[in-house]
Design a protein around this ligand. Structure first.
Ligand code: HEM
Length: 146
């Protein structure tokens, strides 16, 4: 199967490693991750498989990020814009523009899906979680990628 976005495995590894290096020292995100991840090489290896699955359509990741984020307890919908802007900065640094833009659009789309149903900082859900079936029946407009 041809890749969805033609990045190399090497580029994926560089983006993942630079991104989590910045996450670890980030004033807001660092503590959220520190509560769950102490083996960073294992985490990064898993995230690398997640992105190879999403970008290159290799079938190498079969986890459930939605469930993992909900179970984490300290991952809030407000973290997503922060996470995504940090991710965009790394994409811009590591990749040629067209690739950075395409990967960014996909990350924003995935992030929107993952943030549904997570509690907001105030404790109330930012949006009611309507379930996978509803999300499938009501796709987001393709023009609203970023
Ligand atoms: C587009 C945005 C995001 C993507 C694509 C993403 C993807 C993932 C994936 C694939 C995992 C591994 C799940 C597994 O164990 O199989 C994960 C774990 C995790 N994510 Fe995210 N994530 C995103 C946003 C966030 C945000 C905004 C936060 C909050 C700061 C966050 C915090 C975490 C934490 C703490 C874990 C580790 C949980 C654990 O190992 O117990 N993520 N993420």
């Amino acid at each position: 199967m041809p890749p969805r976005i033609p990045v190399t495995e090497d580029q994926i590894d560089r983006v993942v490693s630079e991104f989590y290096a910045r996450v670890r020292s980030h004033p807001a995100l660092g503590a959220v991750f520190a509560a769950h991840v102490d083996d960073w090489p294992t985490h990064e290896e898993k995230i690398g498989r997640f992105w190879r699955n999403a970008l290159l359509l290799q079938r190498c990741y079969d986890g459930n990020p939605m469930q993992v984020h909900r179970a984490a307890g300290n991952v809030k919908s407000q973290h997503f814009p922060v996470w995504l802007s940090l991710f965009d900065a790394v994409l811009d640094q590591e990749l040629p523009q067209p690739l950075a833009q395409a990967w960014s659009a996909l990350a924003h789309r995935i992030g929107r899906g993952l943030s549904y149903g997570l509690p907001s900082e105030q404790g109330a859900p930012a949006m009611p979680y309507l379930g996978e079936a509803w999300v499938k029946k009501n796709p987001l407009p393709a023009t609203d990628d970023r």
